[in-house]
Design a protein around this ligand. Structure first.
Ligand code: ADP
Ligand code: MG
Length: 340
């Protein structure tokens, strides 16, 4: 993209007062994030050059975080760097893909060394954990927004998809649901009774993508999705793509202690079912493979909870402990839901 001759405007920060240019900024913060043998050429040229393994399918995803929509102006830059990559790795996990490469498009209102240091640290630490190399990107000036594109590998034909669920399959979710949603409500002052807001805040700001679970479920799960918009919405996508329905037992939903107490006090199952930002996986598994899922959970130290059953009858039914269907639940987060 064409660029200004002048440096990106900096705050009076000791490191940027002299005006860090776009290229110095890229060089300083983004040129040495990860190192892989399949990257022939990384940051610095017009394109990256990559050599994909011969027998792999490539899984490709992109996600954008916008200030004021996905994070508040006061968000910790390190958590933002982490989350911008984590939400993409979560998509790769849902396909059973092994993460490999990332591309980062940053739009910044100004060059702020403190922010850039924190952001690149949060990004790099997560990238290193999953063997991801940052291979390129774009840096522009404007309202703060962060776009990450990630690519992963899956053995040919083995990717998990949304369309494979069949009647009789068991539905599992990883981890716990609703923690991030409750953190958001807490930060908006809507629920002052939380005892450990820092635990919930951690779940909102530092989601851990379920990469090894997704990879471990290749050949076992019939369908998978990651939970970004809430179980009802995201499982709904699986059901629509698979032309099936499902029954979810709310009493079986895996809840942390804060969410459990909140639901007991308010009866608001929406926090676990529709608040979003969980970044857990929801998978369908043929009933005869149940023990494989449970073995995998034990091996990886990840809680995999059976929450329901895929059914022939279309639609998603949430059932209470007494067997009655819960009606009127919110349907999950949608960006354009209220537009006319
Ligand atoms: P071009 O104008 O040819 O698209 P740029 O000047 O935008 O190239 O980028 C120069 C190099 O720096 C490219 O290799 C690009 O991929 C990389 N790059 C730019 N911004 C980032 C970023 N935020 N993170 C990582 N790499 C970046
Ligand atoms: Mg170019």
């Amino acid at each position: 993209m064409p660029r200004r001759a002048a440096p990106m405007p900096g705050r009076q920060d000791p490191e940027t007062a002299q005006g860090l240019g776009e290229f110095e900024l890229i060089e300083r913060y983004f040129s040495a994030c990860g190192k892989r043998n399949d990257v022939l050429l990384g940051v610095g040229d017009d394109c990256a050059l990559l050599r994909a393994p011969p027998d792999a399918d490539l899984a490709v995803t992109v996600d954008t975080l916008v200030e004021g929509v996905h994070f508040s102006p006061s968000a910790d830059p390190a958590s933002l760097g982490h989350k911008a990559l984590a939400v993409n790795l979560s998509d790769l996990a849902a396909m059973g893909a092994e993460p490999a490469w990332a591309v980062l498009a940053l739009t910044l209102p100004q060059v702020n060394a403190h922010w850039l240091r924190g952001f690149s640290r949060g990004f790099s630490v997560l990238a290193a954990r999953y063997g991801v190399q940052l291979i390129g990107g774009d840096t522009t000036r404007g309202p703060l927004s962060v776009t990450v594109q990630a690519t992963g590998f899956v053995p040919a034909g083995e990717a998990l998809q949304r369309s494979g669920a069949r009647p009789g399959d068991l539905l599992y979710v990883t981890g716990t649901l609703g923690d991030a949603g409750l953190a958001l409500r807490f930060s908006r002052g809507l629920n002052p009774d939380i005892q450990h807001p820092e635990v919930l805040q951690q779940r909102l700001e530092w989601p851990e993508p379920r990469v090894s679970v997704g990879m471990g479920l290749r050949g076992t799960a019939s369908a998978a999705v990651d939970l970004s918009d809430g179980l009802l919405a995201d499982l709904g996508h699986v059901l629509a793509a698979s032309h099936v329905g499902a029954r979810v037992h709310v009493a079986s939903l895996p809840l942390g202690s804060e969410v459990r107490r909140y639901v007991a006090e308010t009866g608001d199952w929406g926090i676990a079912l529709a608040a979003g930002d969980d970044y857990e996986l929801c998978v369908a598994v043929p009933a005869h493979l149940q023990s494989r899922v449970e073995d995998l959970g034990r091996k990886l130290g990840c809680c995999l909870t059976q929450v329901g059953l895929v059914e022939r009858q279309p639609g998603l039914r949430c059932v209470a402990a007494d067997g009655r269907e819960i009606l009127g639940l919110p349907s999950g987060y949608q960006h354009f839901a209220s537009d006319g």
